[in-house]
Design a protein around this ligand. Structure first.
Ligand code: SF4
Length: 140
């Protein structure tokens, strides 16, 4: 599956969930997307839910912003860097991010970054249309 295919599939899942939550306030929607609730009520939203596993080893994990609005990916490659193809990057160059470099490919490594899972950031830039947040990422 390409990243674009994954993104479209994830956007569809998000839309289906949000249609069920129209009666909830923004704050309640954010609470709904907490890992502990999602595992029980939205088991197909993430493959890791099957094994009750988080994508990051952290106590509080909110899944609303998966994928991160700062993540940029191009299945054809963004640019060439030292004879390697850069496929993804962090648009805010988070200090917690890194790179996976393997042979001729470079990918963004987000394993150490919690920015998209932080509820304070999410509350500040919350939008009920996930796609709009993903396409117009806030910069602060
Ligand atoms: S490093 Fe953090 S802010 Fe940057 S794309 Fe990855 S998760 Fe998002």
């Amino acid at each position: 599956m390409t990243y674009k295919e994954w993104f479209e599939s994830h956007a569809s899942k998000h839309t289906v969930i949000m249609k069920k939550l129209t009666h909830l306030s923004d704050a309640a929607v954010i609470e709904y997307f907490r890992f502990e609730n999602m595992v029980i009520n939205e088991p197909t939203f993430c493959l890791l839910y099957r094994s009750n596993k988080k994508c990051h080893d952290t106590k509080e994990l909110n899944c609303y912003w998966c994928a991160c609005p700062y993540f940029r990916f191009n299945d054809e490659g963004i640019k060439q860097v030292d004879e390697k193809t850069l496929y993804s990057l962090c648009s805010i160059e988070s200090k917690s991010g890194g790179q996976f470099i393997n042979g001729t490919t470079i990918h963004q490594d987000c394993t150490g970054c919690l920015i998209p899972h932080n509820e304070e950031t999410l509350k500040k830039h919350f939008h009920r249309n996930w796609r709009i947040t993903m396409e117009k990422a806030p910069c602060d």
